[in-house]
Ligand binder design. Structure first.
Ligand SMILES: O=P(O)(O)OC[C@@H](O)[C@@H](O)c1c[nH]c2ccccc12
Length: 261
């Protein structure tokens, strides 16, 4: 069984348990559920750098990245660095994250926050809003077109932005619909972990101009961004490159400073 299938199988069990612990009605009554969200897509459109910086402690491909940083400082640091948005991994078993991380990031900064999660149930979208997210991720590899439609429309009705992630042409073709805001090309194959920026280059032409294009994963230097910008990418999702350092915020700050020069 590939890793993505494993993650999704575990996620179904987890979500069913969560639903029993905290009913949707309760989530809908939380204070953050009423919060006015901030659009990441809009920020990316207005930016010349377009960095979305991620909080990620570990991953199935890299094992430990960093267990010593705390989300509160990382979020503050990213905001101070001038990133457009922050991505927070909320999966516990494979990425060492949690919904508490999302809450902490929310308490620490005003950046648009992306709930980085394997969404397979509408419950998780309600949850994202209740824990302070502004954006949800939908992964085409694990959803049908119908699911993408239902989930993205639900997100839009809650004023959440939608980032739809693809890795190949088939996933892209099945996913294009007006309820998406951003199209993310994952340079990492979630089944084999192979990383290549060529994926972003090859798919860029097939993404209609109405969507903000985001390149995700394996971006470790300024050159990568300079190479991808002419292909129309406005957003760059960077995790490990910042998280593997002692001070993720500071390394994002230096990165953005160099990018601006
Ligand atoms: O650490 P990197 O290589 O900079 O990658 C960040 C981000 O793109 C990656 O964490 C990611 C992209 N899509 C995902 C889906 C699920 C979990 C994680 C991801």
């Amino acid at each position: 069984m590939d890793i993505l299938t494993k993650i999704v199988n575990d996620k179904r069990i987890e979500v069913n348990l969560r639903k029993q612990l905290i009913p949707i009605k309760q989530l809908e009554h939380s204070i953050l559920f009423e919060r006015e969200t901030v659009s990441l897509a809009k920020k990316l459109k207005e930016s010349n750098t377009g960095i979305i910086a991620e909080h990620k402690r570990r991953s199935p491909s890299k094992q430990v990245i960093n267990h010593d940083l705390n989300v509160f400082d990382v979020a503050k640091g990213y905001e101070d660095a001038g990133v457009c948005g922050m991505s927070v991994l909320t999966d516990g078993k494979y990425f060492g994250g949690s919904l508490d991380d999302l809450l902490t990031a929310r308490a620490s900064c005003n950046l648009p926050l992306l709930r980085k999660e394997f969404i397979i149930d509408p419950y998780q979208i309600i949850e994202a809003k209740a824990y302070g997210a502004d954006v949800i991720l939908l992964i085409a590899a694990i959803l049908t077109r119908e699911e993408i439609k239902t989930y993205s429309e639900l997100a839009k009705s809650l004023n959440l932005d939608v980032l739809l992630e693809v890795h190949n042409q088939d996933e892209l073709h099945k996913s294009i619909m007006p309820s998406l805001d951003m199209l993310g090309v994952n340079n990492r194959n979630l089944k084999t972990f192979d990383v290549s920026l060529d994926t972003s280059k090859q798919l860029s032409d097939l993404i209609p101009d109405d969507f903000v294009k985001v390149s995700e994963s394996g971006i470790s230097n300024i050159e990568a961004i300079k190479t991808l910008q002419p292909f129309g990418y406005k957003g760059f999702l960077i995790g490990e490159n910042f998280m593997k350092t002692d001070n993720a915020g500071l390394s994002a700050k230096q990165f953005i400073k160099t990018l601006n020069n």
